[in-house]
Each structure stands twice: as structure tokens, then as C-alpha cells.
Design a protein around this ligand. Structure first.
Ligand SMILES: Cc1ncc(COP(=O)(O)O)c(C=O)c1O
Length: 452
């Protein structure tokens, strides 16, 4: 597969032009990659109006991912999530639908920011009792019933989630399509799913719009992401995707990131699937050994290892420290979980180092202390709450107040409560459990106007 962006920049860098254009480093080396760091000069392309090398490269990516159209993002899935919601909101306006989405509560905080910017409302699919905050089992039958009750503008799923749980995307897509509602999937953690056998990518399973953080699992630079659009998903989406992205994105996207996405196409079309397959087998082997030794594993994602180590006598943070002492750095740790993200680039020596580091002494189990997050109560719209005058107060004084922060999140950026929700005792217990000491709430005078 060709690499038009990377080739263009190589030729430009080799041409030794006097760079009387941005950026200010002029291609001189300060950090290392400056000679390849350019901007939208004459002859290069424009990310938000791609007609040349960027368009050609995006078409390569669309072919790889089986999308009608793939658009690059140099600002992660965060930018793609805002873009997906803008596209869905345009469709809703045109069709005279409500600006309300139905979403799994394990959503990343970007969803709340996007809802505030676009003035959308969110009805939630909540986790089952005892499931905690990081995951949210979605039942397609529940989605089907909710869609019968309300004409939502879109359904939004986060799959895989941070600790490796995958939603039933195919069945949910069927329920959505029967009701004429588009399915949007935050697949930030799952770009690699396309290259498994069988392919488990949300676009293959029926998503209408989907974002992948290329940088999370593929060999790409941080910030690299894709927005995919399904064929015939909605007539304007393919032609208006960049216009929607340009509403939120920087006018100076990183050309290093664009080259990284472009270069990845060649690898994804050639050697990557084989390397991925062997990484998945390697992880399978490790998972089996860990299970045999009594570890409790979370999630079913094939390229993620999430441990629930309390049953072995450790919190996630304690285990993270042990791993660090062995030179192994995890992706995420909290009081209950530890998540490791290997990839197709993980070497055998690194796998062995991890395996060795996990040879910890089994201790008396730690009691489960994770508080139940309860059910959120909405008092105001997300946008109204976020734009209201607010004050910062200690969480122990927050009961009954309305949250003004986009969201108070447990790590890793999953909301306990979001802007416009009333803070109750269950929320305060969760804030305290995750070490959150203060939160921003509506000023008292504002709150009186919204008293229950
Ligand atoms: C589930 C989920 N969605 C979206 C994002 C945002 O992705 P990005 O960092 O690529 O902007 C993250 C980031 O961690 C995430 O975990």
C-alpha cells in the first residue's frame, strides 16, 4: 500500500528548501523529528478539505477498515467523538428528532464535553448493581425497548472499555437499525480488532460511525485516530465529516501524526496482522497461567490484560508499584483493577519481564470496598450546568448540590456524576473512594432556581 503523505514529506525534507513558513523551528533539529514536521504549504494537502495526498491516504485507511469513508484525526478519539455527535446532531435537526442520545454510562469524559458544546441531552444505560463505574453491560433487548419508547437521535456505546469489556455491538446495531437510529461506537481502545481473525471491529459489526485511537493499540504516534463512516449510513455524513471535525479541531494539525497514520497503512496491509496474532496468542498463554494461579481476570478483550488483584491480597495500585520495581509500567491502576496494554510490538523479553513481575506472593484477600455508584438524578441540562456560575467546595459538603464540572471522574476519566446531576450520598462515597476531595457545583443562588 502506498504512503503518499510520508513520501511527500520525505521529498520536501530532502529538497532543503528555505522554510519561510510555519513552524518556527524551520526543520532544524531541537527534539529530533523537526525536519518532517511541516504545515499546509502549497502542494501539501489540507486535513479539513483533503483533495490530494491526505485524501489518498485516508482512502487507503478506509479500504483497510471496510469503511465508506475514513477521516484522520490528529487530536485523538476525543476530536472524533465530538465530530460523530455533530454529524448525528445535524441529522437529527434535518429529521426533526430530539437532540437526545442513549449512551452506556462507561463513556469517556469527552462525551460530556461534546454534549455540552452541542447542547445534547444524554439518557443513560446504567451498569448493573455491583458492576461498578468502569463497565456497563449493555443488553440489546433493553436498547430495543428504550428505542421504542423514545426517538433518540443516536445510541452511543463505549466498547471495548478501559478494563477490556466488549459490548454486543452486532446485536445493538440490529436493534438500532430496526428503529432507524444510528449506532455510534467509541472504539478508542479497539483499532486492532479489525485485524483479528475473525475481524471484531465495530464497523464490521454494524456501527454507523466509529472512532479508533490508532495510537492506543497500533504502531502510531500519540494523537493519531480515525473516524469511520459506514456506507449509506446517512447521505450527508461522508461529504460533511471534515466540516464537522473542523468545528472542534485545531487549524494546525500535526503532520508528524498524519505521516504516522499514513505509514501505518502499509504495515496494517502487510506484516501487522501476523504480529498481532502472535501477540494475542502470547497473551492468551499468559492469561491461562495467571488463571491457573488464582488470578481473577476482567474483560474479554484479546489484547488487554486487566487483573482484579484484591483476591490475591493487593490493590491495583500496590500491584502497579511491584511491577514498577521490576521495570514494568502499567496503563492503569486503581484500588480494584490493574490494566496492562501489550501490543503487536511487545517483545518476548518484555513479556517475560511481565510474567516474572507477576510472580507475587499470594496473600489474604482484601475485602471488596468499592461503593455502589447509585443512580444519577438529573436536575439541569449538561450545557446549562457547565455554563452556570459555579464554586469549588469540599466533597463532604456537596450533598444535594448540582454538579457544574463536566464530570467528576474516577480514573480513567469515567464519570461518577456529570454536569447537571444532583450530588447524593452514593456519589460522595465514590468521590472519596477515588480520592477526589473537591468538586465544582452551581453557586447557591443559582441552585435555588432549580430546587426540586
Ligand atoms: C474509552 C475512551 N474513549 C475516548 C478516549 C479519548 O481518546 P484520545 O486520547 O485518543 O483522544 C479515551 C482515552 O483514554 C478512552 O479511554
Amino acid at each position: 500500500m502506498n504512503t503518499p503523505i510520508a513520501d511527500y514529506v520525505s521529498a520536501y525534507a530532502a529538497g532543503n528548501a528555505a522554510r519561510f513558513h510555519m513552524p518556527g523551528h524551520k526543520g532544524r533539529m531541537f527534539l529530533g523529528p523537526e525536519s518532517r514536521d511541516i504545515t499546509e504549504i502549497r502542494g501539501a494537502d489540507d486535513l479539513y478539505r483533503p483533495r490530494g495526498i491526505i485524501r489518498e491516504s485516508e482512502e487507503n485507511a478506509a479500504q483497510l477498515f471496510g469503511a465508506a469513508r475514513t477521516v484522520y484525526s490528529a487530536e485523538g478519539s476525543s476530536l472524533c467523538i465530538r465530530t460523530m455527535l455533530a454529524l448525528a446532531a445535524w441529522r437529527a435537526e434535518e429529521m426533526g428528532l430530539s437532540r437526545k442520545i442513549l449512551a452506556g454510562r462507561n463513556a469517556h469524559k469527552t462525551l460530556m464535553a461534546a454534549a455540552a458544546l452541542l447542547d445534547l441531552e444524554i439518557d443513560w444505560l446504567l451498569p448493573a448493581p455491583g458492576e461498578g463505574l468502569l463497565s456497563c453491560t449493555v443488553n440489546p433487548e433493553t436498547v430495543r425497548k428504550r428505542l421504542e419508547q423514545q426517538p433518540y437521535m443516536a445510541v452511543f456505546l463505549t466498547s471495548p472499555d478501559y478494563i477490556g469489556h466488549c459490548a454486543p455491538v452486532r446485536e445493538t446495531a440490529e436493534a438500532c437499525h430496526r428503529a432507524g437510529v444510528p449506532l455510534l461506537v467509541d472504539n478508542a481502545h479497539g483499532a486492532y480488532l479489525k485485524f483479528l481473525h475473525p475481524d471484531r471491529h465495530p464497523m464490521t459489526l454494524g456501527a454507523d460511525l466509529c472512532c479508533d485511537s490508532a495510537h492506543k493499540t497500533l504502531p502510531c504516534l500519540t494523537g493519531a485516530a480515525y473516524l469511520h463512516i459506514r456506507k449509506n449510513a446517512y447521505r450527508d455524513w461522508e461529504s460533511r465529516a471534515e466540516e464537522a471535525m473542523a468545528l472542534f479541531g485545531s487549524t494546525s494539525p500535526s503532520w508528524l501524526i498524519l505521516q504516522s497514520l499514513d505509514r501505518a497503512n502499509r504495515d496494517l496491509a502487510a506484516g501487522y496482522p501476523r504480529r498481532l496474532e502472535s501477540a494475542v496468542h502470547r497473551l492468551d498463554r499468559l492469561k491461562r497461567r495467571l488463571k491457573d494461579r488464582g488470578w481473577h481476570l476482567e474483560g474479554e478483550e484479546p489484547l488487554k490484560l486487566s487483573l482484579a488483584p484484591r483476591s490475591m491480597g493487593y490493590t491495583g495500585e500496590m500491584l502497579a508499584e511491584i511491577l514498577e520495581n521490576h521495570g514494568v509500567v502499567c496503563e492503569f491502576a486503581d484500588p480494584d483493577f490493574l490494566t496492562l496494554m501489550p501490543s503487536a510490538e511487545t517483545t518476548e523479553q518484555e513479556w517475560e519481564r511481565l510474567e516474572e513481575a507477576l510472580e507475587v506472593e499470594r496473600k489474604a484477600p482484601l475485602r471488596e470496598e468499592r461503593p455502589d455508584p447509585g443512580s444519577p438524578e438529573r436536575a439541569l441540562s449538561i450545557r446549562e450546568a457547565m455554563l452556570s456560575p459555579a464554586e469549588l467546595i469540599p466533597v463532604e459538603k456537596a450533598e444535594g448540590r448540582i454538579l457544574a464540572d463536566a464530570g467528576v471522574q474516577c480514573p480513567p476519566a469515567v464519570p461518577i456524576r456529570i454536569a447537571g446531576e444532583r450530588i447524593d450520598a452514593a456519589a460522595i462515597a465514590c468521590f472519596q473512594y477515588y480520592g477526589i476531595r473537591t468538586c465544582r457545583v452551581l453557586r447557591s443562588r443559582q441552585e435555588e432556581r432549580h430546587a426540586p
